[in-house]
Structures are given as C-alpha cells and as structure tokens.
Design a binder for this molecule. Structure first.
Ligand SMILES: *[C@@H]1O[C@H](CO)[C@@H](O)[C@H](O)[C@H]1NC(C)=O
Ligand SMILES: *[C@@H]1O[C@H](CO)[C@@H](O)[C@H](O)[C@H]1NC(C)=O
Ligand SMILES: *[C@@H]1O[C@H](CO)[C@@H](O)[C@H](O)[C@H]1NC(C)=O
Length: 265
C-alpha cells in the first residue's frame, strides 16, 4: 500500500512539474477526508485552503460571462496507461495526450480520473460519475475539464477500457504496487465535441495535496454511463475508496461563471 501511494505522488509531482521527495501517506474517503490535511505537511492545503474543490453549482452562485470563450480541444491520445491508484482509476498520457486551448493558452492532457459518485453537483443534483480531464500548461498551471454522467446507456470511452479495467481488478490481488496496464488505439473522438455550455471557477485538486489555483471547467452537457460500468470502476479500488468523491467545499465568496453559446441577450 505504501508503495502504491508513493508512486501516486510521483505521478502527481510529474503532473505539477514540482518534485515531491518525501514519503507520503495513504488517504481515503468518507469521514477520513477531514484528516487529509494532517496526514502529511505537503497536504496542509487540504485543511487550510479556502479556495478548494469540489463545489456545489447552483442558480444562486452562477453568473453568465459573455467574455468566456469556447473550450477548444485537440485530443490526439491513442496510447495511454490505465492505472489503479487505489483511491481511483486513472488513464495517464505521455506528452501526446493532446491539447486544450483555454483563453488562448495551451494545456496538455496528462491524466483522466474517474470519481464515483460525482464530486461537483449542479442544482443540488448528485450525479453517479464524474470524469476529470487534467491538463497542465508549460508554466505549470492546471486546468481540469469535468464531465458529469447520469445513469443510462454505456459510455463509449469506458467501453473501450472494459476488459482492461477487469484486468486491473484481478491484478490488485497480485501485490501492493500500483497496477498499470498500457493501452493503445484509444478513441477520444467523442470527448472533443464542442461544448455549448460550461461552468468555470478557480479551485483546487480534489485529491491530496489539494493544490490550489486550478481552473475548473464543468461541462453543462451531462453524458450517460451504465450501472455496470460504474460497478466495474469501483471493483479494483481499495476499501475506503469505493465512493471516491471528496465532500463539497465552501465557495467562500467565489462566483461560478457560465459560458453559454446559446445565451440570449
Ligand atoms: C502507440 O503504440 C503502438 C503500439 O504499441 C506503437 O506502435 C505506436 O508507435 C505508439 N504511438 C505513439 C504515438 O507513441
Ligand atoms: C497550441 O495547440 C495548437 C493545437 O495543437 C497548436 O496548433 C499550436 O501551435 C499550439 N500553440 C503553442 C503556443 O504551442
Ligand atoms: C494562478 O494561475 C494563473 C494562471 O492559471 C496565474 O496567472 C497566476 O499567477 C496563479 N496564481 C498563483 C497565486 O499561483
């Protein structure tokens, strides 16, 4: 377990382009989320940060911003590594994941992470699944595109990964190293679809070290996923992480901006 978590932080350090050398602690969900900040000095923002994620998006805190631009995504990824972090399933990319262009700035796709149930809520609705696409710019700034899912037809992205996720569930018993399975031929076509609506705010990573100044873009279009697919995503996870949504964090005065291509003035 300790090995797995240490590897995870190598992953996050790469993501943030800031080496973390210390030994790191295991974290889990439920009541344990209150303790994240005290697990390790590097995690202190999890308890002291005032601009954290996820948040509740609601009519009361959303403001339409006509200056926001469409999100442009050129995802080229075909080769990726499916990873069981223990706290969640991720799909990691080398530097060929593709590009998100946000306000004229390029961010490279580094990792996709699934959270079930979803972490962000919209108008008090909790969705069963949230996919977070984590991008990092050359200067280290982080931007996340989040996609919410409700129950329905199977999701096409997860369908491609189905057999590999089953494999992960079996590898879990093999030892305590983070399980990795490489994957080629990934089709990301449907992830690139133009989004006519998204919510934007500045928050944090939703896992330790809860790094702040992360730009969030939560897509307004809710997609569908089957119950079976969610069950499969949870199967390989550690006990205590089967429901891997961090509780909602206070906005503390933040407003959530709305981009809406169809907004009528
Ligand atoms: C993707 O993986 C395939 C098969 O392993 C390999 O032939 C190909 O060169 C890889 N593509 C890239 C862009 O790395
Ligand atoms: C940003 O990404 C686009 C699409 O991949 C590319 O055409 C452009 O050259 C990139 N710009 C910079 C500054 O890297
Ligand atoms: C937050 O990120 C933005 C770009 O995403 C950057 O311009 C700004 O300097 C950052 N602020 C801090 C306090 O790191």
């Amino acid at each position: 377990m300790a090995v797995r978590i240490a590897l995870l932080f190598v992953g996050i350090a790469l993501l943030l382009a800031a080496p973390l050398t210390q030994q790191h602690e295991v974290f889990s969900y439920g009541k344990e989320t209150d303790k994240w900040g005290s697990l390790n000095p590097q995690f202190s923002e999890c308890s002291t940060g005032t601009l954290q994620s996820p948040v509740a998006i609601s009519k009361e805190n959303v403001v339409y911003n006509p200056m926001l631009k469409p999100l442009t995504r050129h995802y080229t990824a075909t080769n990726a590594t499916l990873v069981n972090h223990g706290f969640g399933i991720g799909l990691q990319f080398e530097n060929d994941g593709g590009v998100l262009i946000q306000d004229g700035k390029n961010y490279t796709l580094k990792q996709m992470l699934w959270h079930a149930p979803a972490e962000h809520t919209i108008n008090d609705e909790t969705y069963p699944l949230e996919l977070q696409l984590i991008h990092v710019a050359d200067d280290g700034s982080i931007s996340v595109v989040a996609i919410l899912y409700s129950y329905g037809d199977p999701d096409m992205l997860l369908r491609q990964l189905n057999s590999k996720i089953h494999q992960l569930a079996q590898e879990k018993c093999g030892g305590d190293e983070e399980a990795h399975i490489s994957f080629s031929g990934l089709k990301t076509k449907y992830l690139k679809r133009n989004s006519l609506k998204y919510y934007r705010y500045v928050g944090s990573l939703t896992i330790p070290p809860c790094t702040t100044n992360v730009t969030w873009n939560i897509l307004g279009k809710v997609r569908e996923v089957s119950k079976e697919q969610i069950k499969d995503l949870k199967a390989p996870l550690d006990e205590g992480c089967k429901d891997n949504a961090r509780p909602l964090q206070p906005l503390n005065g933040r407003k959530i901006e709305l981009y809406d291509a169809k907004h009528e003035n």
